[in-house]
Design a binder for this molecule. Structure first.
Ligand code: ZN
Length: 433
């Protein structure tokens, strides 16, 4: 029902019909020259009343998802700098969804941007889902994810190793798991995968678990996959933002940032904290913003863990950061709309992966440069990987395209894992061929 009423406000179609019917009943239709203007006025009034009713409804209900119209860069930056929690991974020109509770209504109205109600949300709280099953069918809390990687390490002690790359604000280890054939030539080529940089994007750690384990299992029986992990090692951060991820399980399912104490608010958006383009458009200096970039580049222990670990690799050749949602394969730059020097090559890789990911079930993914596909995003991890190491750094937005958003139902875990394994394998083969 909320979806339907949202469309009413967006298109005004039903209101127009109601207005026409009302006009006919009152005999106004006999004066066609004035009818159009009258209908328009009535439609506007009705739309306003419906919108007000929806806002009141949302107020009463507490928390809701709203769709904000973002017509230009200035509006996008205003939204970026606001304290409104996003219900999107990025502020996007066109429309961006936000979350507003009773305390956000004033700020939502003061943005000065048209918006409409999409759906009621439960108040911030821990997940209500019963979690049971394996990692192909259920989301795992932090401890279970690490325990799963540990099991794989015990099963394949010569192939799987791990490194403690850093310690989060709340004292949790930032692990990296490495998969490679012991006979890999030295220096090995390495691909880095980041999962869970944004806490609420639960499908990201789920997918990276599958990329890692499926390749491990295939390499035990398939000569081709054995060759692949001999050619390139895979280094996976299972959950790069462990404090935030834990917080989404215990306290607020829709938390995005890490858990740095900013004084009057919490959290830095780790994917605005990398050095390339740090401080630019699509990031915010407001600590309450969901895209707060932090006091300086690499101010956060979690991003420093990536920077310092990657510095130990003799030959980084690839980098993918997994996010949700949107079904997008994004390549540099995010911080500027200028084309990257290797634009054609990145576009080729993007197209190849788009084709692979869609080949499984026909799920519609799009590919392109971050800044021109969405809006500016500065200080993001894949700009850093590309800018510093000149490797094809990607940010992949997993399922879905907004119906469930961050609360992707568990029955979509398996297909999302499978289709993205195909794209990932194609990426690896392309790098080493
Ligand atoms: Zn994200």
């Amino acid at each position: 029902m909320p979806e339907c009423t949202a469309q009413l406000v967006e298109t005004g179609a039903c209101s127009d019909r109601d207005v026409a019917a009302a006009a006919n009943q009152t005999g106004v239709a006999r004066r066609p020259s004035r009818l159009g203007a009258l209908m328009k006025r009535l439609a506007a009034v009705l739309s306003l009343l419906v919108a007000l009713a929806l806002v009141c409804y949302a107020d009463e209900a507490g928390w809701a998802r709203y769709r904000v119209f973002v017509p230009n860069d200035a509006a996008a930056q205003r939204l970026t700098d606001s304290s409104l929690p996003l219900f999107s991974d990025n502020v996007t020109l066109g429309f961006t969804d936000v979350i507003a509770g009773p305390e956000h209504q004033k700020e939502l109205n003061h943005l000065g941007l048209p918006y409409f109600f999409v759906q009621a949300l439960p108040p911030p709280g821990p997940t209500m889902w019963a979690q049971s099953g394996d990692y192909r069918s259920a989301y795992f809390p932090l401890d279970a994810i690490i325990a799963q990687y540990e099991q794989w390490r015990q099963e394949s002690p010569t192939w799987v190793t791990r490194v403690n790359a850093g310690t989060s604000w709340e004292g949790r280890a930032v692990w990296v798991y490495r998969l490679r054939e012991p006979s890999t030539p030295i220096p090995p080529r390495s691909v880095v995968l980041q999962a869970g940089i944004h806490a609420r994007e639960w499908i990201s750690p789920s997918v990276v678990m599958h990329l890692f384990n499926n390749l491990r299992e295939l390499a035990q029986t398939s000569i081709m996959h054995r060759w692949l992990i001999n050619e390139v090692e895979v280094c996976a951060f299972p959950v790069l933002n462990p404090d935030g991820y834990e917080y989404t399980w215990t306290t607020n399912r829709l938390w995005r940032k890490n858990r740095r104490n900013n004084g009057s608010s919490y959290g830095v958006d780790l994917n605005r904290n990398y050095s390339v383009g740090f401080g630019g458009g699509g990031s915010s200096g407001n600590p309450s913003s969901d895209t707060y970039r932090g006091p300086s580049a690499f101010s956060e222990p979690e991003t420093r863990a990536v920077r310092d670990f990657v510095a130990t690799l003799p030959n980084l050749v690839g980098f993918i950061d997994y996010h949700s949602y949107g079904q997008l394969i994004l390549w540099p730059w995010g911080y500027t709309t200028n084309s990257p020097p290797d634009r054609d090559e990145l576009d080729r890789i993007g197209r190849m992966m788009e084709q692979e990911v869609e080949s499984a079930y026909g799920a519609d993914y799009r590919q392109g440069q971050t800044s021109t596909t969405l809006y500016l995003a500065s200080g993001v991890s894949n700009d850093w990987a590309y800018g510093v190491y000149r490797v094809p750094g990607l940010a992949i937005e997993l399922r879905d395209r907004g119906t469930y958003g961050f609360r992707l139902p568990p029955d979509q875990i398996r297909p999302t894992q499978h289709e993205n394994y195909l794209a990932f394998e194609a990426y690896l083969i392309d790098l080493v061929r």
